[in-house]
Design a protein around this ligand. Structure first.
Ligand SMILES: *[C@@H]1O[C@H](CO)[C@@H](O)[C@H](O)[C@H]1NC(C)=O
Length: 998
C-alpha cells in the first residue's frame, strides 16, 4: 500500500513538473510562435521551434543575448518561407537584426508596425516577393544601419522620409520597380557608406549633385537607373569612394576632372553611356588605389593619359570609344595588370615592348585599332595569357618564338594584320588553343607535324596568307576540329587521308590553292559537314558517290578543278543552297533534280556535259560566221522591239493601276536568297484560306504545294500602312525590312529553317520558308500525339534547337537575337530534326510598324516565355532568348504548357520550382517518359532551371549550353551514368566573349 502511495506521489510530481514546463515558454517565445503561424513552411525550417521549450534561444535562426536571454537576432535566410512579414517580431524589444533574405515573403510591409522595431539595426529582406510602396516610417528607427530590400517588387517613388535616416550606412534597393527620379535628399544621409539603386525603372533624371555630400560613401552603384545629363563635379568629394558604377545609363558630356580626386577608388565602371570627350588628363596619379577602370562603350576621344597607366591597375577596359594616340609605355609597369581591353578605338603606335613582363597578363584585346609594330616578346612571360586578340590592326613581323611556349593560350586571333614569316613550330601545337585565326596576313611556310599537339583545336583559320607545302597527316588527328579554312594560300599536294576522321567537321574550305590528287575514301563520316569548298585547285579523279551521304551539306563547290567522270546520282539526296561543279572535265548525265535551267551556272565549262540543259556548251554546228552575225542582228532587233513593248505596256499598266489600285496582286518585288524552283506568281495564286496552317501575332501561314510537287510554307505578314499619307514613311521602313530580311535569308545552318525568299507589294509581305512536315514542337508536344516523342527524340530536339540558337547568337555578325523563342517556333522535319523558325522577325515587324515600344511589348515574346528582367528593362537580348529556351526545355521535360490554368498564378518555371520543393523530381517529370532515362532527364531539367534563373547573369550562354548538352548526350551514350535519383546542380564557369570582330 505504501509502495503504491509512493508511486502516486512520484506521478503527481512528474505531471506537475511537466505542466510547469509547458507554461514556461517565455513571452518572446510565444511571439515567435505567433510569427511561425504566419508562415507557410514547406521545408520545415521551423520544425524545431518547439512550444514546449522554455526559451526560443535554441531554435533555428534565433540568437539570444547570453545574459538576459532576450532574442537579439533572427536569421531565416533561404528557408523557403512564404507569407507576409510578421509584424509581431517588432514586439521583441531587443531584436536588433532580422534577415529573411531569399524567401517568398509576400504582400506589403506593415509600415506602422515596423516603426515599432526600435532596436533594429539590420534589416535584410532582399530577394523576396514584397510589393507596394517602400515603408515610409522605417526612417524613424533610431538605430537602423543596414537596410536591404533588393530584388523585390517595391514600386512608387523613394519616400521623402528617406532623407532623415539617422545612422543608416547601407541602403540597397536594387532590382525593384521604383519610379520617379533618384531624389536629392539622399544626399542628407551623411552616415551612408553604400548606396545601391541599380536596375530600377526610374524616370530619366540627373545624378543629384547632393550625393557629393555623402563623404562617407564607399560604394555608389547606379547601373541602369535612367541617368541623363553630366556626371556632377561634386562626386569628386567622395574621398572614401571605392567602387563607382554608373554603367548602362545615358550620361553625356565629359568625365569631370574631379573624378581623379577619388583617391580611394578601386573600381570605376562607366561603360554603356553617351559620354564624350577625352578622359581627364591630369590627376590620375592621385588615384593610387584604382585597380579596375571600365569606361568602355562611350564616346571618349583623345588619348589615354600617362598618369592613368602609372596606377596599380588590374583591369583597364576602354573598348568601344574613340580614343586616339598611343598606349603609354607606363602601362607595362602595372604589376597587377591582367586584363587589357582596348578594342574598337583609333589607337596607334606600338604596344609597349615590356608589356606582360611585369604582370601576369591574362586577356589582351586591342583589336580594330591602328596599332603597328611587332608583338612584344614578353606577353606571356608569366604563363597566364589565355586570350590574345589583335585582329584588324597593322601589326607586322613574325610571331615571337616565346609565344610558342605559351601553353596557357586558349584563343589566338591575329587576323587582318601585316604579319609575315613562318609561324614557330611549337606555336602550332599549343595544347589548349581552340581558335587559331591567322587570316589575312602574309605568313608563309608550311604547317608542321607539331600541330598534332593542338588537341583542343576547333577552328583553324589560315585563309588568305602565303602558306605552302602539304597539309600534314596530323591534321586528321585533331578530333575537335569544326572548321578548317585555308583558302587563298599556296598549299599543294593531296588532302591527307586522315581528314576523313574529323567527324565534327562543319566547314572545309581550301579553295584557291594548288592541291591535287583525289577526294579520299570515307568522307561519309563527315556527318556534320555544312560547307565543302575545294574550288580552284588541281584535284582530279571522280567525285565520290559518298558525297550524297553528307546529309547536312549546304554548300558544295568543286569548280575549277580537273574532276572527271560522271556526276554521282546520290547528289540528289542533298538539299544544297550552293552547288558549283563548273569548269571541270565532267561527263555523262546531270542528275535529274539538277538538270534544270536554274542550275546552268553550276555546270558550265564541262564540255562533255551537254544534254540536259540547253545551251550549256557552245553548239559546234554554228560554224558559219555570217550566219551567226545574221542571228545576232535578229536577236538584237527582237530585243529592242521587246523593250519598246514592255515600256508601252508599263505606261498603260500604270494608268490602269491608278484607276484600280486594289488589284495589284501581280506587282511583287522578289528578293531571293537561295536557288528558287518556283515563281512568285505560283505562290501568290495559292494563298487560299483553305491552305492556312497557322496564324500568329505577325501574320498567317499557308502551306503551298508547288508545281514540281515540293511544299513550301508561306507567311503573309499583316499589312501595315493603308492611307497614302503613310506611304513615304513606309518606304523608308521597308528599306530596314529588306536589309533585315536579307540578313536572315543569308543564314545557313542545319538547325535553322531556310527562308527561301521574300516577296513584297505595297501592302503585303510574303516570306517563303521551307516546309516542315512534322509541324511545330509545341503543337506536337501538347497534343495527343506527344507519345511519339520519347526521351531520345526530345533530347535531340533540344540539342538541335540549342545549336540553331547558338549559331544565331555566336556565329552571326551582327549576332541575331531571336526574341520569340518558344516551342511553337521550333519546327520538326520528317525525321524530327528540329529547326528554329521565325527568328529576328519580331524586330522586323516591330520596326516596320513604327509604333515604338508599345507594340514591342506585344511582340517581344510570348506569354510564359518572357524573361523576368523584361518587366523592368524593356530590352531583349541574348539572355532573354536563353530564358525562353529554358522554358522550352522545361516543356520537354514536364510535357506541360508554359502557362496552364492548373498552375494558378504561376507559370511553368515557378510551377517546376514549387513542385520540386513539394514533391521532388518525380512530381515534375512527364510521366510518359520511360524511367530508364531518368538520370538524363534530371540533368536536362537542371539545365532548364539554369537557363530560367531570374538573374540574367546566372544563365549560361547558348554556346556553353550546347557544350553541356553534348556532354550529357555523350555520357548517356557511354552508359557510364551514375545511378543517383536526386538533382545535383551543375556549376559551370561562363566564358565571355566581346565578339569584337568576326
Ligand atoms: C502569400 O503567400 C501565402 C502563402 O504561400 C499565400 O497563401 C498568399 O496568397 C500570398 N499572398 C499574396 C498576396 O500573394
Amino acid at each position: 500500500m505504501q509502495h503504491l502511495r509512493r508511486r502516486f506521489h512520484l506521478l503527481l510530481l512528474l505531471v506537475l513538473a511537466s505542466l510547469s514546463l509547458t507554461l514556461s515558454l517565455n513571452k518572446e517565445g510565444l511571439y515567435l510562435q505567433k510569427a511561425k503561424l504566419n508562415f507557410d513552411d514547406p521545408n520545415a525550417a521551423l520544425s524545431n521551434w518547439n512550444p514546449d521549450d522554455e526559451t526560443p534561444c535554441k531554435w533555428n535562426g534565433v540568437v539570444c543575448d547570453s545574459s538576459s536571454s532576450s532574442v537579439v537576432s533572427l536569421d531565416l535566410s533561404s528557408s523557403s518561407l512564404s507569407g507576409p512579414f510578421p509584424s509581431v517580431l517588432c514586439r521583441l524589444g531587443r531584436l536588433s537584426s532580422i534577415s529573411f533574405y531569399d524567401n517568398f515573403i509576400n504582400s506589403t510591409l506593415p509600415d506602422d508596425d515596423l516603426a515599432a522595431c526600435v532596436a533594429l539595426e539590420h534589416l535584410d529582406l532582399a530577394q523576396n516577393y514584397l510589393t507596394g510602396a517602400l515603408p515610409r516610417r522605417i526612417a524613424e528607427l533610431p538605430r537602423l544601419k543596414y537596410l536591404d530590400l533588393t530584388g523585390n517588387n517595391f514600386s512608387g517613388e523613394i519616400p521623402a522620409t528617406y532623407g532623415t535616416f539617422q545612422k543608416l550606412e547601407v541602403l540597397a534597393l536594387v532590382e525593384n520597380l521604383l519610379e520617379g527620379v533618384i531624389p536629392p535628399f539622399l544626399g542628407n544621409i551623411s552616415t551612408l557608406k553604400m548606396l545601391n539603386l541599380s536596375y530600377n525603372p526610374f524616370s530619366p533624371g540627373q545624378i543629384p549633385p547632393e550625393l557629393g555630400n555623402l563623404t562617407n560613401l564607399e560604394v555608389l552603384w547606379l547601373t541602369q537607373t535612367s541617368l541623363i545629363g553630366e556626371i556632377p563635379d561634386s562626386l569628386g568629394q567622395l574621398s572614401r569612394l571605392v567602387d563607382l558604377d554608373l554603367a548602362y545609363n545615358a550620361l553625356s558630356g565629359s568625365i569631370p576632372s574631379s573624378i581623379t580626386e577619388l583617391t580611394a577608388l578601386v573600381q570605376l565602371e562607366l561603360y554603356n553611356n553617351s559620354l564624350s570627350g577625352a578622359l581627364p588628363t591630369g590627376g590620375w596619379s592621385n588615384m593610387t588605389a584604382l585597380r579596375r577602370l571600365d569606361a568602355s562603350t562611350n564616346e571618349l576621344t583623345g588619348g589615354i593619359p600617362v598618369e592613368l597607366c602609372e596606377l596599380p591597375l588590374e583591369s583597364l577596359n576602354l573598348y568601344e570609344n574613340n580614343l586616339r594616340g598611343e598606349l603609354p609605355a607606363a602601362i607595362a609597369e602595372s604589376p597587377n595588370l591582367y586584363e587589357l581591353k582596348l578594342f574598337r578605338n583609333q589607337l596607334s603606335g606600338e604596344l609597349p615592348s615590356d608589356l606582360g613582363r611585369k604582370s601576369a597578363l591574362w586577356w589582351i584585346d586591342v583589336s580594330t585599332n591602328k596599332f603597328s609594330g611587332r608583338i612584344p616578346d614578353g606577353l606571356c612571360s608569366n604563363g597566364a595569357l589565355e586570350e590574345f586578340l589583335l585582329i584588324e590592326n597593322s601589326f607586322s613581323g613574325e610571331i615571337p618564338a616565346s609565344l610558342g611556349e605559351c601553353r596557357s593560350l586558349l584563343r589566338v586571333r591575329l587576323g587582318h594584320n601585316n604579319f609575315s614569316g613562318e609561324v614557330p613550330a611549337p606555336f602550332w601545337g599549343l595544347p589548349h588553343v581552340s581558335l587559331l585565326e591567322l587570316i589575312g596576313n602574309s605568313f608563309s611556310g608550311g604547317i608542321p607535324k607539331t600541330i598534332a599537339g593542338a588537341s583542343n583545336l576547333s577552328q583553324l583559320i589560315l585563309s588568305v596568307n602565303k602558306f605552302s607545302g602539304n597539309l600534314p597527316e596530323e591534321i586528321g588527328f585533331l578530333e575537335n576540329l569544326l572548321e578548317i579554312s585555308g583558302n587563298d594560300n599556296e598549299f599543294s599536294g593531296p588532302l591527307p587521308v586522315s581528314v576523313v576522321n574529323l567527324a565534327q567537321l562543319v566547314k572545309l574550305d581550301l579553295h584557291n590553292n594548288a592541291l591535287s590528287g583525289g577526294i579520299p575514301k570515307g568522307i561519309d563520316s563527315w556527318k556534320k559537314l555544312n560547307e565543302l569548298n575545294l574550288a580552284d585547285n588541281e584535284y582530279s579523279g571522280k567525285i565520290p558517290g559518298e558525297i550524297g551521304e553528307l546529309s547536312v551539306l549546304n554548300y558544295l563547290d568543286l569548280s575549277g578543278n580537273r574532276f572527271s567522270g560522271e556526276i554521282p546520282i546520290s547528289l540528289q539526296n542533298l538539299k544544297l543552297n550552293h552547288l558549283n561543279f563548273s569548269y571541270n572535265h565532267l561527263s555523262g548525265h546531270i542528275p535529274q533534280d539538277y538538270a534544270k535551267e536554274m542550275y546552268r551556272d553550276s555546270f558550265l565549262g564541262n564540255s562533255e556535259l551537254c544534254q540536259e540543259i540547253e545551251g550549256l556548251c557552245n553548239r559546234k554546228e554554228m560554224k558559219n560566221k555570217g550566219y551567226i552575225w545574221f542571228f545576232r542582228t535578229l536577236i538584237v532587233l527582237a530585243g529592242i522591239l521587246l523593250i519598246c513593248g514592255i515600256v508601252w505596256f508599263y505606261i498603260k499598266y500604270k494608268k490602269f493601276n491608278d484607276v484600280k489600285r486594289n488589284l495589284d496582286r501581280s506587282k511583287w518585288t522578289l528578293m531571293s536568297f537561295h536557288k528558287l524552283g518556283f515563281t512568285e506568281s505560283e505562290i501568290s495564286e495559292a494563298l487560299d484560306e483553305d491552305n492556312v496552317i497557322g496564324t500568329g501575332a505577325s501574320g498567317k501561314v499557308y502551306k503551298v504545294v508547288l508545281s514540281h510537287g515540293e511544299a513550301v510554307a508561306v507567311k503573309r505578314l499583316w499589312g501595315q500602312s493603308k492611307a497614302g499619307a503613310d506611304v513615304e514613311r513606309g518606304a523608308i521602313q521597308d528599306d530596314g525590312f529588306d536589309a533585315e530580311v536579307e540578313t536572315l535569308g543569308r543564314i545557313r545552318h542545319k538547325n535553322i529553317v531556310k527562308l527561301w525568299c521574300c516577296c513584297c507589294t505595297r501592302d503585303s509581305k510574303l516570306l517563303v520558308y521551307e516546309y516542315m512536315p512534322n509541324g511545330s514542337l509545341g503543337d506536337l508536344l501538347h497534343s495527343t500525339k506527344s507519345g511519339l516523342l520519347d526521351w531520345p527524340i526530345r533530347f535531340k530536339i533540344a540539342l538541335d534547337a540549342a545549336e540553331g540558337l547558338s549559331y544565331l547568337h555566336h556565329d552571326c555578325v551582327p549576332p541575331i537575337v531571336h526574341r520569340d523563342v518558344k516551342s511553337n517556333n521550333i519546327l520538326l522535319d520528317a525525321d524530327y530534326g528540329a529547326r528554329v523558325a521565325d527568328f529576328g522577325l519580331a524586330k522586323v515587324v516591330d520596326d516596320a510598324s513604327g509604333k515604338g515600344t508599345m507594340s514591342m511589348s506585344v511582340i517581344a515574346g510570348s506569354c510564359g516565355y518572357i524573361a523576368p528582367e523584361y518587366a523592368y528593362t524593356l530590352r531583349v537580348n541574348e539572355k532573354s532568348d536563353i530564358y525562353s529556351f529554358g522554358v522550352v526545355i522545361l516543356e520537354l521535360v514536364t510535357g506541360r504548357l508554359p502557362v496552364d490554368p492548373e498552375f494558378g498564378e504561376k507559370d511553368l518555371v515557378k510551377w517546376v520550382c514549387w513542385t520540386l520543393d513539394q514533391e521532388g523530381v518525380l512530381g515534375v517529370i512527364d510521366p510518359k517518359l520511360e524511367s530508364c532515362y531518368r538520370d538524363d532527364v534530371c540533368r536536362v531539367l537542371n539545365l532548364g532551371l539554369l537557363c530560367t534563373s531570374s538573374l540574367p547573369i546566372s544563365r549560361p550562354s547558348m554556346r556553353r549550353l550546347v557544350k553541356m548538352m553534348q556532354e550529357i548526350g555523350s555520357r548517356s551514350l557511354h552508359k557510364n551514368v551514375a545511378k543517383e535519383g536526386k538533382l545535383t546542380p551543375y556549376y559551370y564557369e561562363e566564358g565571355s566573349d566581346h565578339g569584337s570582330v568576326a
